[in-house]
Design a protein around this ligand. Structure first.
Ligand SMILES: Nc1ncnc2c1ncn2[C@@H]1O[C@H](COP(=O)(O)OP(=O)(O)OP(=O)(O)O)[C@@H](O)[C@H]1O
Ligand SMILES: [Mg+2]
Length: 327
């Protein structure tokens, strides 16, 4: 399958293949375009070629066939160091320098550019604040004095130092416990709302993909792209048996979590509306369903953007919303 986007693609992989010198073909023929300002998550089982595909974006892996363009430029035609400045990279195991403080780790790239001390210091403060690590508290620590999740955030701050338009992240939240992971994902979503980079994230966790991705690319062994679509589309309409299996038999539950209440599925307000539980307009269907099951009234009031009652939601409406989102 080929996944192309209109001309606003920041990253374009076109018919890209990678055969390693020992003959392993990690990626057979991959076409994938990522729109400017979107988060694309590459997801698939271990060994399916995710890391290989991602590393071709910043040329850490050179494709054996096809082209990779970033911001309109063929990555094979530009100076490697210049390319690294345009593409922030967060690797699987963070890769901080253990004998350097957090400040110095984050400052590396700015130092390399020869910025003056004041400018570097200001930028490091800004970056640490951005990832939720107050510089006065964390700046002087060494990596071993941080939790895994905090180290990960330092890695993100460092990758953002150049203010690159593109950020690529390989299993960035893989090494931490589920609660820390949840916080990091939330922090990433918040950060991305503010910085609006074009982001490619690799993960083998479908729940993470669904949560973080504007679009998710489901890869099958050999780097084949089975589906490239919004989380709702992938969960609601798996394109192949592999995608159906990979997204799991509980994909309807997952879909509930990423689908907002559809206003078309609401019923008119009834006189008893004032006694019903209420959910905000941007609540997910999962939240609405949980409340509905708890309330034992069989219906809820959905509020509009201003917080005023907009309509009544029943189980039937939840089903309608699900159908609409997967269509
Ligand atoms: N340098 C290499 N030489 C030979 N084969 C390699 C090399 N790097 C990776 N491969 C092979 O290419 C395939 C894809 O590897 P890749 O690291 O891209 O997978 P992945 O999807 O990122 O896996 P994981 O989820 O385990 O990180 C695997 O079969 C792997 O063994
Ligand atoms: Mg990998």
């Amino acid at each position: 399958m080929n996944a192309t986007a209109p001309d606003d693609a920041m990253i374009r992989l076109d018919n890209v293949a990678k055969e390693y010198p020992d003959g392993t073909v990690a990626v057979h023929d991959l076409t994938l375009h990522v729109r400017d300002g979107e988060t694309c998550v590459l997801v698939g089982a271990s060994g399916c070629g995710k890391t290989t595909a991602m590393r071709m974006i910043n040329r850490l892996v050179e494709p054996t066939r096809g082209t990779v363009m970033v911001d309109g430029v063929d990555v094979m035609s530009v100076d490697f160091h210049q390319l690294r400045r345009r593409i922030g990279y967060v690797i699987q195991q963070v890769g901080l320098f253990p004998h350097w403080t957090v400040r110095r780790n984050v400052a590396t790239v700015c130092d390399m550019l020869g910025w003056d001390k004041k400018r570097v210091a200001d930028r490091v403060d800004e970056l640490l604040d951005m990832v939720g690590l107050p510089p006065e508290e964390f700046g002087k620590r060494y990596p071993h004095q941080l939790s895994g999740g905090q180290r990960q955030r330092v890695g993100v701050a460092r990758a953002l130092a150049f203010d690159p338009p593109v950020l690529i992240m390989d299993e960035p939240f893989g090494a931490v416990d589920p609660i820390a992971r949840d916080h990091l994902q939330e922090a990433f979503i918040d950060l991305q709302k503010r910085v609006r980079k074009t982001v490619v994230i690799v993960t083998h966790d479908i729940d993470e993909a669904v949560r973080l991705g504007d679009r998710i690319a489901v890869l099958r062994t050999g780097g084949y792209l089975d589906q490239y679509a919004t989380p709702a589309e992938v969960l609601g309409n798996p394109a192949t048996p592999f995608v159906a299996e990979f997204t799991g038999t509980d994909r309807t539950l997952k879909l509930l979590a990423v689908t907002p209440v559809e206003s078309g599925a609401l019923e008119p307000l009834t006189p008893d509306a004032s006694s019903l539980d209420r959910v905000p307009h941007d609540a997910s269907l999962r939240e609405a369903l949980a409340l509905l099951l708890d309330s034992n009234q069989g219906k809820l009031v959905v509020e509009d953007q201003a917080g005023e009652p907009e309509g009544v939601l029943t189980l039937n409406g939840i089903q309608e919303s699900l159908k609409a989102s997967a269509a």
